[in-house]
Design a protein around this ligand. Sequence first.
Ligand code: FES
Length: 206
Amino acid sequence: MSECVCQGASFTTCDSQARRQWMMATVGVGGALGLTALTPFVSSLMPSERAKAAGAPVEVDIGKLAPGDMMIVEWRGKPVWILNRTPEMLAALKKAEPMLADPASEKQQQPAYATNETRSRRPEMLVAVGICTHLGCSPSTAFTPGDAALGADWPGGFLCPCHGSTFDFAGRVFKNKPAPTNLEVPPHQYLSESRLVIGSDEQDKA
Ligand code: FES
């Protein structure tokens, strides 16, 4: 099984690769199928079964995701970011708040369990769909605070290159940007310290 784990500044390279191949570290729930094994299996299904499998939850091993690292997995054809936030990234969430359009996540872009300060179930772990809520581009990482292109008060986060929307380390959109809402947090749950399932939760609303 191949993986894409991106570290800070080196993410740009990895990101372009990841956009072509979102699918890495994904395993179907209930079976130890990597993508290479999963593809021919899905191809052999009837159309309705294929559609069902394509929408199935994915189980991810996050055991090796170090603080500051981010990985991307595919769920329902969408890239889902998993970012292990450092203490500095978590501190940047507070700094960003006055600049955000919806700092309290009042718009329903996340399950109830992620309607909190970090938009997450575990404070350090961001799980978000990496698709801009404006017109669907894939934002890039812009992790460096004070980035020259984004201004001295930039706390770090993500930049959508298409029309300039910016998001903080919780996927919350900054004010006066084209994107109307924060990024989506998909249904998810942790099976253990190192196993994460995207696409289902205790309510199984996926
Ligand atoms: S698609 Fe992201 S700003 Fe337009």
